[in-house]
Ligand binder design. Structure first.
Ligand code: 5GP
Length: 171
């Protein structure tokens, strides 16, 4: 497999600073809980939270939807439970990418069922031209409808440690 660089380190870093400023301004005076979606969002979460101007409680949830394929199966499975009570709290989901939006839709439903006061969504990458039912409140980049890896995102559990976002090309 060959990787073509798509969004470089500097561009990601600069965008995250602006995104964190926007989120910090919106949540000023409130006390939200951040729920980071494993595994893909761990790198983005680590960078984003360190630029926020408030001190959120942070939890992780692991969901799976793809298996080892590059096409969404549409079937979402929750693999872990939360350890922070979100009842009556404002929650911000941090996710790597919105493709079909089904994972986010599932998580919003789940967090609402736990009694969250509000649920907002922040994704690093927002795939274009998707006819989704869910609203993405914050996103880093809008990208073409193609399979990307790196910066937390995998193909078959590899490439998560690439510092940039790349496109996987079959040689
Ligand atoms: P959705 O439920 O929105 O279709 O997909 C959500 C999940 O599928 C993401 O959290 C991510 O794990 C995976 N995914 C979607 N598109 C891509 C992609 O282009 N590359 C990688 N590596 N994962 C993707």
């Amino acid at each position: 497999m060959k990787i073509r660089k798509y969004i470089d380190e500097k561009t990601i870093e600069e965008r995250i600073i602006r995104l964190a400023d926007e989120i910090s301004a919106d949540y000023k005076g409130s006390d939200p809980i951040i729920i980071s979606v494993l595994k893909g969002a761990f790198v983005f979460t680590a960078d984003l939270i360190r630029k926020l101007k408030f001190m959120p409680k942070i939890d992780f949830i692991r969901v799976e939807s793809y298996g080892s394929s590059t096409v969404s199966s549409g079937k979402i499975e929750k693999k872990t439970d939360l350890s922070i009570d979100v009842k009556g709290k404002d929650v911000l989901i941090i996710e790597d990418i919105a493709d079909t939006g089904l994972t986010i839709q599932y998580l919003i439903g789940y967090l609402n069922s736990l009694g969250a006061r509000s649920v907002k969504v922040c994704v690093l990458l927002n795939k274009k031209e998707k006819n989704r039912k869910v609203r993405i409140d914050y996103y880093g980049f809008e990208i073409e409808n193609q399979f990307v890896v790196g910066y937390g995102l995998d193909f078959d559990q590899k490439y998560r440690n690439l510092p940039y976002i790349g496109i996987l090309e079959k040689e």
